[in-house]
Structure formats: structure tokens, C-alpha cells
Design a binder for this molecule. Structure first.
Ligand SMILES: Cc1cc2nc3c(=O)[nH]c(=O)nc-3n(C[C@H](O)[C@H](O)[C@H](O)COP(=O)(O)OP(=O)(O)OC[C@H]3O[C@@H](n4cnc5c(N)ncnc54)[C@H](O)[C@@H]3O)c2cc1C
Length: 297
């Protein structure tokens, strides 16, 4: 019987496992599935690890778990049943494990919009977070893809990284007159035609242009977009409560709505980064460990 089963070996799960291992808990961390930054070659804006390849980040984190009673397995948890002190997990390879408590750090799944070329350029020329990748592409020709009127003002924020900005609304919504005037006076162009496809360079590694309906092309090197996200299958299977944005609803001690199950990382918040993920993992682990101490062995 493990004290804690951590689902997910990203920044949130790894930080949680480190905290729990150092608190002398017997931990099983299972990692299998899609990690959010799989398409990115480097992780940025994590203090002491700025510019580290994501897999190197994970390798170091796992290496630093070695002194503790933490078992790391590269396997997905497929089913999870039970209650506090008697959770039972079945893995993708058919093995099983029992644990007293569960910590969900499974991240979110980004749904790629149905724009030809988007998936291929995601993480290379299309980014979600300018704090993560804006510096590397500063002053290039930016586009961004607002999905709703309130996302238009993102253009003003992106001007921290480039003055050359086009908002591609694809005619998905009416642009409010006041917002249009504000953006245009700040130098942000608004393009409302539908995007036909994204045109990559010869070797497919970079963006050259955004092709619109009618074959017009607007030269762009970088796009920023916030894809719709969904929870992983295992989280969706647990009957948990979500907030209005679809993130796991947590109480002030990072507990989900189901007794014995805690949450951390991207699955729980719209402000998503390796740093916030690791911070959430540490906090959830702290509160979980605190509860185990109160209830005793
Ligand atoms: C393209 C891209 C680039 C990014 N670049 C940066 C950056 O430079 N800097 C930065 O701070 N942030 C960056 N981010 C954001 C950052 O990657 C995430 O915020 C962070 O990884 C969240 O950590 P997490 O642990 O919550 O989730 P994740 O890192 O996504 O980890 C979740 C893990 O859970 C596993 N999992 C899922 N289901 C199961 C299951 N059933 N059983 C077991 N394991 C499971 C997955 O395989 C995955 O490894 C980037 C995001 C994207 C999309």
C-alpha cells in the first residue's frame, strides 16, 4: 500500500512527489500520456532552468527523487476506484496498485483548431504563452487568434514582445467598435477573413504566412493562440466537480470534490506554467501530507 499515488510526471506531479518523498511518504508516481509541452524544444522562464529541454527538466527532477521512497513508473493509470485508505488503480499495462490518497497532476489536453498547418507548427511557431517563448521571437511579425471579443485586448499585451501585430478573428464574432478603435490606434491590425491554411517555410520548421479565404496571404512568423482545453480521460472518469472554465474545483487545501483526492497543476488553473504547476504540486502535497498526519497511520 502506497501512502500517495501521484498521477502525472510533469512539473506539478514531480514537485508533489518530491515534497511527499521528503516528508517520508511512500509514493508511487505514474506518468503516461500526453505532456502539454511535448511540442516545445525548450522550457523557459523557470528560475534556474531557463532554456532547458523539457525532457531534461523531467530527467533532473526524477534523478532528485532517487534518495526518497518514491517509485516512478512510465505508465498511464487507466482506472481508479475506492475511497480514502483504500484506493485501487489499474495501469495501462494491466498492473495494479493500492494507495491511501490520490494526487491528480495530469495536466490538460490542448485541442488543436481545425486550421491546416496549425498542429505541425504548434510549439515551434505557434505558442500559447509569451512569457514562455516571447523573448525568443521578439520583434518578429506576430499574429494572434482571439476566440472571443474579450481576447482582442491580448494584442496590447503582446506588444511587450513585438510592435508588429495582426489579430485574426476569422469572423467568429463582432468586433466592438471601441475595441477596434483602441487596437487600431495602438497599431494592432484586425483581420476578419477566415484562415484557409498556415503556410510553412520549405522545411516546415517555421511559419511564412497566413493564407486567408480568397488566397490573400499575410506574412507572419509567429502566432499566439489559446486552444480550447479538455481534461484527461482519467480525470473525466472520476465524477469530480469543475469550475466554470472546466478546471478541477479545489477547496482552499487543494482537495477535489471527492474525499481523498487532491489536484494540482494545469488541470486546476487557467494560469498555466511550469512554475505555477510546480508550486501547485508542492502546495497540494503539503496539505495532503498534513491531513495524513492528522488522521494518523
Ligand atoms: C507548446 C507549449 C510550450 C510550453 N512552454 C512552456 C515554457 O517554456 N515554460 C513554462 O513555464 N511553461 C510552458 N508551457 C506550459 C507548461 O508546459 C505547463 O503549464 C506545465 O507542463 C504544467 O504542468 P503539469 O504537471 O500540470 O502538466 P503536464 O506537464 O502536462 O504533465 C501532466 C502529465 O500527466 C500525465 N498523465 C496524463 N494522464 C495520465 C494518466 N492517466 N496516468 C498517468 N499519467 C498521466 C501526462 O503524460 C503528463 O506527463 C508550455 C505549454 C505548451 C503547450
Amino acid at each position: 500500500m502506497y501512502d500517495v499515488l501521484v498521477l502525472g510526471g510533469g512539473p506539478a506531479g514531480l514537485a508533489a512527489a518530491l515534497t511527499l518523498g521528503r516528508a517520508r511518504k511512500r509514493v508511487l508516481l505514474c506518468d503516461g500520456g500526453v505532456r502539454r509541452n511535448a511540442a516545445a524544444t525548450h522550457l523557459h522562464n523557470f528560475v534556474t532552468r531557463d532554456g532547458t529541454p523539457p525532457l531534461e527538466f523531467r530527467r533532473i527532477a526524477r534523478e532528485q527523487l532517487a534518495p526518497y521512497d518514491v517509485t516512478v513508473r512510465d505508465v498511464a493509470v487507466e482506472t481508479l476506484e475506492g475511497a480514502p485508505d483504500a484506493f485501487q488503480a489499474r495501469m495501462g499495462d494491466g498492473t495494479e496498485a493500492k494507495a491511501r490518497r490520490i494526487l491528480l497532476a495530469t495536466g490538460m489536453i490542448d485541442e488543436m483548431p481545425p486550421i491546416p498547418g496549425f498542429r505541425e507548427l504548434w510549439g515551434h511557431a505557434i505558442f500559447q504563452c509569451p512569457y514562455c517563448h516571447g523573448w525568443e521571437v521578439r520583434d518578429q511579425a506576430f499574429g494572434f487568434l482571439p476566440r472571443a471579443p474579450e481576447m482582442l485586448e491580448h494584442g496590447l499585451f503582446l506588444q511587450n514582445w513585438s510592435p508588429d501585430l495582426v489579430a485574426f478573428t476569422q469572423g467568429a464574432f463582432e468586433v466592438p467598435a471601441a475595441t477596434r478603435a483602441r487596437l487600431e490606434s495602438a497599431g494592432v491590425r484586425i483581420e476578419e477573413r477566415r484562415i484557409e491554411r498556415l503556410v510553412p517555410n520549405a522545411d516546415g520548421s517555421a511559419l511564412e504566412a497566413v493564407e486567408l479565404e480568397g488566397a490573400a496571404r499575410i506574412a507572419r512568423q509567429v502566432l499566439f493562440a489559446v486552444p480550447v482545453q479538455r481534461q484527461t480521460a482519467i480525470v473525466s472518469s472520476l465524477g469530480l466537480e469543475y469550475d466554470a472554465m472546466g478546471f478541477l474545483k479545489l477547496d482552499d487545501q487543494r482537495r477535489t470534490s471527492r474525499p481523498g483526492i487532491w489536484g494540482a497543476g494545469d488541470a486546476t488553473v487557467p494560469m498555466q506554467s511550469a512554475t505555477t504547476g510546480a508550486a501547485g504540486g508542492m502546495m497540494a502535497a503539503h496539505f495532503l501530507n498534513h491531513e495524513l498526519a492528522l488522521v494518523g497511520k
